[in-house]
Design a protein around this ligand. Structure first.
Ligand SMILES: Cc1cc2nc3c(=O)[nH]c(=O)nc-3n(C[C@H](O)[C@H](O)[C@H](O)COP(=O)(O)OP(=O)(O)OC[C@H]3O[C@@H](n4cnc5c(N)ncnc54)[C@H](O)[C@@H]3O)c2cc1C
Length: 393
């Protein structure tokens, strides 16, 4: 008898691969359909910050989801290493939010005070403690807040590990498979139609096509859908690591790797699917990086790249069952897809297998608020986020 998948996953990014691994581990027959190769897009381009606290202004549904996902990372990393031999460089190194002026320091402290009241660990460093514990940070900095439980992973290693682990657990990958639409029969998902006219059948379809999710016909998304938000990164190299936590300054973030590389990120731009790395962005990022850690002036410039975060107008991911039976959406993770991958994988696997998800996913429903939030048009929401986000993932 030929192997027929129970579930087709559209997209082989960190979300699609995470879901495939989780489903395959639970014994489901699953095939990932990827138009390019797994990890070809945003997921391998990400900086890999696990910024559950960094990324949240205040407690709320996204904060709760992010904490739940961050908690799962140590087990993910151990299991992936055991099953594949690949170290995803999971480091609970903390994220240091650095302030350059007294007003800024007050603002930063106020912002994280809300999280502290909700039980998150926050540590304050005055100028002296900052110099003592993180001497690479500029002397101009007046203080910092350490988010000790945030951390980092190496996204390209994570993607390699997820693919290998999924295949070892029985999942199949079909590369070069461009999905044009979800096939619906009698009101339920029945498979997908590929660009070459092939129909692949399955009772369950998961759309995890990142920034391209709105282009998959039949995908059900909230108003505004999912749009690309370009981010650019410059990679530097120093002979030995200068610092271990992720540094988050007013104009850039710096993510260290164990081998001495440092990722400088990032921009947030709404320019459609234009892939170029721009001179202006590189200049701004390098200026900001050297301002934050002066020793980086001597670093080698290794590479630069850009990719597209799957942005939604309300800033929340889209995770849940669609109106069409058997169709599950897993997209719109914007700046936090790497962070949110473990919890998304568990939730989606539960939905596909018809069991109760481990967390409340009501706020992330694909069929949420068919009307935009009062007073927030998609464009004004975007402008607000864009100003806030120049320095974030
Ligand atoms: C510069 C930058 C920095 C970032 N830093 C961080 C960070 O520090 N921490 C963090 O948590 N997140 C970060 N992110 C966000 C994170 O990268 C994304 O949220 C995450 O990768 C989204 O994963 P995904 O699987 O949904 O999308 P993607 O990785 O884009 O994967 C989608 C896949 O679907 C495939 N596909 C699309 N359409 C089709 C189709 N029709 N048929 C078949 N296949 C299709 C694509 O080829 C692609 O491989 C960053 C993003 C960028 C751009």
């Amino acid at each position: 008898m030929s192997w027929k998948p129970e579930c087709l996953i559209v997209g082989g990014g960190v979300i699609g691969c995470g879901v495939a691994w989780e489903l395959a581990r639970r014994g489901a027959r699953v095939t990932v359909l990827e138009r390019s190769v797994p990890g070809a897009e945003a997921s391998s381009a990400a900086a890999g910050i696990l910024g559950a606290q960094l990324e949240s202004e205040a407690p709320g549904p996204l904060f709760t989801l992010a904490l739940a996902s961050r908690r799962r990372y140590p087990v993910w990393a151990r299991r992936l290493a055991a099953e594949t031999g690949i170290d995803i460089e999971h480091r609970p190194s903390g994220v240091l939010e650095v302030a350059f002026g007294a007003d800024e320091l007050r603002r930063v402290r106020k912002r994280f005070a809300l999280q502290a009241r909700a039980g998150a660990r926050i540590e304050h460093l005055d100028r002296r403690a900052l110099r003592r514990e993180h001497p690479a940070v500029t002397e101009r900095a007046v203080g910092a807040v350490l988010l000790r439980d945030d951390g980092r992973v190496d996204p390209p290693a994570l993607l390699r590990a997820l693919r290998v682990a999924s295949e070892r657990a029985g999942a199949r990958f079909r590369t070069g498979a461009f999905v044009r639409r979800v096939v619906v029969r009698d009101g339920r998902a029945a498979g997908v139609l590929l660009d070459d006219g092939t129909v692949l059948e399955a009772d369950r379809v998961v759309v995890a096509a990142g920034s391209w999710s709105s282009l998959v016909e039949g995908a059900e998304l909230p108003p505004g859908g999912v749009t690309p938000a370009r981010g650019q990164i410059v990679e530097l190299g120093v002979p030995c690591p200068l610092f271990t936590p992720v540094l988050h300054g007013p104009r850039c973030y710096l993510v260290p790797r164990d081998d001495g590389r440092v990722l400088v990120g990032s921009t947030l731009e709404f320019v459609g699917f234009r892939r170029e790395v721009t001179a202006g962005a590189v200049r701004t990022l390098l200026d900001a990086a050297i301002e934050l850690v002066p020793a980086l002036a001597d670093a080698a410039v290794l590479r630069s790249w850009s990719s597209f975060r799957p942005y939604t107008h309300d800033g929340l991911p889209v995770i849940g069952s669609a109106d069409v039976e058997g169709l599950v959406m897993a997209t719109g993770h914007h700046r936090n897809g790497v962070l949110l991958a473990p919890i998304t994988a568990e939730v989606v696997a539960a939905l596909v297998l018809g069991v109760r998800p481990p967390v409340d996913i009501g706020p992330f429903s694909p069929v949420r608020g068919r009307e935009p939030a009062p007073g927030v048009s998609a464009s004004s929401g975007r402008r607000r986020v864009a100003r806030r986000e120049t320095a974030r993932a």
